[in-house]
Ligand binder design. Structure first.
Ligand code: HEM
Length: 161
């Protein structure tokens, strides 16, 4: 889950988002300086990890809702990524978006331990695609995995012409 699945599905979901927004892909092909902001935006736009659960260890209140000790709550990270109170035009893909305070790597004491590695992996993938397949296109509508928590694709078929 941590070291492999999340990164694989950021790449799948992210490349699909770029294929559906060819103008954004062309920007990225033309300007490798956008890789760092693009990585954050792809994680925000279609995050592979849609929810994480927490269990209250004591009675508490979250956003005005009482949460008794022992109750589980789910943080919907995917919904937070499209919060219009935080992001301007949240449904737009913008590879230069800055600032980008997404929660795709979680927050607080359990913030993703592998975030620095994941950022390098996704940026390296974008760079490899830029060099090898600058004209890539979607070859077929990709089937999604039926999972809810881990959002991703079964496969992503590309064509180069
Ligand atoms: C882009 C890819 C990745 C995403 C989107 C991602 C996302 C996340 C998220 C949301 C959490 C928080 C879980 C929680 O709050 O309970 C987390 C935790 C974690 N991630 Fe990642 N992750 C990615 C890649 C990686 C990689 C490559 C590694 C390891 C090489 C890794 C290792 C971990 C570990 C060990 C934790 C648990 C940290 C803790 O509980 O203290 N992740 N990740």
């Amino acid at each position: 889950m941590a070291g492999h699945e999340a990164t694989v599905n950021v790449i799948g979901n992210g490349v699909l988002a770029l294929l559906r927004h060819p103008g954004q892909w062309r920007r990225l092909v033309a300007d490798p300086g956008l890789d760092a902001t693009a990585v954050e935006e792809l994680i925000r736009y279609d995050p592979p990890l849609q929810l994480f659960e927490r269990t209250a260890v004591a009675d508490t209140v979250v956003a005005g809702h009482p949460v008794p000790a022992g109750t589980k709550i789910a943080a919907l990270l995917g919904a937070a990524a499209r919060d219009p109170a935080v992001f301007a035009r949240p449904d737009d893909l913008d590879v230069a978006r800055r600032p980008n305070p997404h929660l795709g790597f979680g927050a607080g004491v359990h913030y993703c331990l592998g975030a620095p590695l994941a950022r390098v992996e996704v940026a390296a993938t974008l760079d490899a695609l830029r060099r090898a397949l600058p004209g890539m296109r979607l070859a077929a509508e990709p089937p999604r995995r039926p999972d809810f928590v881990m959002r991703g694709l079964r496969e992503l078929r590309l064509s180069t012409c």
